[in-house]
Design a protein around this ligand. Structure first.
Ligand code: NAD
Length: 410
């Protein structure tokens, strides 16, 4: 199943519940604009490299469109389209005034020098600068891009349009970046795990957690959960998984990655297991925070966790989602679980537009407020309709986008 088919499937379940007619389904699913451009650069050794870049703008009925920019060799139009659509629902679930978009360049950034990476970024912005901007479509970091790349984007966009740091978010602090943006997605996962546990009548100290992926999202989620008294028993990255039934010493694991270029490779204070084994561990809570599609029909029978938080985008294949739902597993869907990042991106945009900087405490308080409110609404909706949290989240999102579309006039 292609990435965009999974997003359409979940949309369909929720659209059936709210009796959305076929015309409106077509309208809400069709992207507003899809841009494909050639990103040609001169490499350091004088060759010409031609890459393909995409920006898909899905829907702007609730505000300017917003979504990350991914540099990855698997980027294609279908994936970008699917992620742009997902952003529309994500922004609507947490009720921030944005539509959805996503972009990407099909390239492995690890194979580029820093200068080549900068050339790719600037050339891509040369090609799309007239369709992005603070009032139209605001990019942000995603896989393979970071705050430095966002600073290049700002600089390149401003060459055409003049000073306006609100044209991109996830920037460094020196470029009007928000306090707390880096930790926001992982912290949001932690905040939501806490809320969910409260609703399920469980206690953090009795909750063993396994986290797949120890990058930006995984480390900040782990840190928050550890500080909130959850027992994180397993962590992992591309080098493998690390399991200690009594609980991982997280401060040491975090320090280890800082000393080893972000990698857990060689971390000796836990048993070395595989990423596949991590997914099947006997834990109460599983947090996939790395790749899409890691829980699928081949391994779903091995999953023993009763709660899954989708910190990554699309970590559960729809076939497995049905099985887990029927088994009574509580799944907090990606459209809500990882929305902390875009929420703080929204705060950055607000601060840039107002030329007024918030402190970290305010960012954290407002993040807590936005996510808590969204969680309670999704929980309530799921109970009212007797549906999964995923379908409930989509129902809320579709209703908001549908209403905004109707109010504006088609
Ligand atoms: P990252 O690149 O910082 O970290 C990814 C982690 O996954 C790394 O530890 C890496 O080693 C690990 N990994 C890679 N391949 C793996 C494999 N085959 N098996 C196990 N682990 C593997 O990325 P991130 O920003 O933490 O993003 C993680 C996920 O969260 C992605 O799906 C991303 O789309 C999603 N997400 C991120 C944000 C954000 O603000 N960073 C926001 C929303 C969603």
């Amino acid at each position: 199943m292609k990435a965009s088919e999974a997003t359409r499937l979940y949309f369909g379940y929720a659209a059936d519940r709210v009796d959305l007619d076929d015309r409106m389904r077509k309208l809400l699913l069709t992207p507003k604009r899809e841009v494909q451009v050639q990103v040609a650069i001169e490499t350091d050794n004088g060759e010409i490299e031609t890459l393909i870049g995409y920006r898909v703008q899905h829907d702007d009925s609730r505000g300017p469109m917003k979504g990350g920019l991914r540099f990855h060799p698997d980027v294609d139009l279908d994936e970008v389209r699917s992620l742009a659509t997902l952003m529309t629902w994500k922004n609507a679930v947490v009720n921030i005034p944005y539509g959805g978009a996503k972009g990407g360049v099909c390239v492995d950034p690890k194979l580029l020098s820093r200068k080549e990476l900068e050339r790719v970024t600037r050339k891509f912005i040369d090609q799309i600068h007239d369709v992005i901007g603070p009032r139209e479509d605001i990019p942000a970091p995603d896989m393979g891009t970071n705050h430095e790349i966002m600073a290049w984007i700002r600089n390149q966009w401003e060459k055409y349009h003049g000073f306006n740091p609100a044209c991109v978010t996830g920037k460094p602090a020196e470029h009007y970046g928000a306090e707390g943006r880096e930790e926001a997605t992982g912290r949001g996962v932690g905040i939501l795990a806490f809320k969910l546990l409260g609703r399920l009548g469980r206690k953090p100290k009795d909750t063993r957690v396994a986290i797949q992926g120890f990058g930006n999202v995984g480390t900040h989620a782990a840190k928050f959960l550890h500080e909130a008294d959850f027992c994180v028993v397993a962590i992992s990255d591309v080098s493998g998984a690390y399991y200690r039934p009594e609980g991982i010493d997280l401060p040491r694991a975090l320090r280890y990655t800082i000393e080893h270029e972000g990698s857990l490779k060689g971390f000796a204070e836990a048993d070395n297991i595989t990423n596949e084994q991590l997914l099947g561990l006997d834990v109460e809570m599983l947090i996939p925070a790395a790749l899409g599609g890691v829980i699928n029909k081949d391994n779903v029978d091995q999953i023993r966790a009763e709660i899954i938080l989708e910190a990554a985008n699309g970590p559960i294949h729809p076939d497995a989602d049905i099985v887990l739902h029927e088994r009574g597993v509580t799944i907090l869907p990606d459209v809500l679980a990882n929305a902390g990042g875009v929420t703080v991106s929204y705060f950055e945009w607000v601060q840039n537009l107002q030329h007024y900087k918030w402190g970290l405490n305010r960012v954290r308080q407002e993040l807590d407020h936005v996510l808590s409110e969204a969680f309670e609404q999704v929980w309530q909706e799921a109970n009212d309709w007797q549906v999964s949290l995923r379908t409930a989240a989509y129902i809320i999102a579709i209703r908001r986008v549908h209403r905004a579309t109707l109010l504006a006039g088609i």
